[in-house]
Design a protein. Structure first.
Length: 124
C-alpha cells in the first residue's frame, strides 16, 4: 500500500496520539505528531498536509488559536478539532474558525475513521 496522504496529530497526550495512530493503522497515511501547539503550527506552516487533528488544550497554542491562524493565513489545511470539553460553545467556535468536524474525547474509533476519511476526500 502506497502512502498518499500526510496528516498531523497534535495533542500533548502521548497515549492519545499513539491510540489515534493505532486507530488509523491500515490507511495509506504518513502520520506526523506534535506535542505542543507551537510544534503543530510549525508543521502546518511547512505545508504538504492533507489533514490536521488538533487538540483544544496544548502548551504554546490552543487548537482554536491554530484554527484561527490557519484561517487568517489561508493555509488550506482541513482540520478535525478534538476536545474533552467540546461544549456546544466550543464546537461552534471551532466550526466558525474552519474545523470540518469536532470530536469529543474519548474518541469513538468508528467516528474518528469516518471523519478522517471524509476530510481527506474534501482535501482532494
Amino acid at each position: 500500500m502506497s502512502i498518499d496522504r500526510r496528516i498531523l496529530i497534535a495533542d500533548d497526550d502521548r497515549e492519545l496520539r499513539a491510540g489515534v495512530i493505532d486507530l488509523l493503522r491500515g490507511m495509506p497515511l504518513e502520520i506526523l505528531e506534535a506535542e505542543t501547539g507551537i510544534d503543530a503550527l510549525r508543521i502546518v506552516r511547512v505545508g504538504s498536509l492533507h489533514l490536521a487533528l488538533l487538540d483544544m488544550h496544548m502548551p504554546g497554542h490552543t487548537g482554536l488559536e491554530i484554527l484561527a491562524t490557519i484561517k487568517r493565513e489561508t493555509l488550506r489545511v482541513p482540520c478535525i478539532f478534538i476536545s474533552g470539553d467540546a461544549t456546544e460553545g466550543v464546537r461552534q467556535m471551532a466550526l466558525a474558525e474552519g474545523a470540518c468536524a469536532v470530536l469529543r474525547k474519548p474518541l469513538e474509533p468508528r467516528i474518528l475513521r469516518a471523519e478522517v476519511e471524509r476530510a481527506l476526500r474534501l482535501a482532494g
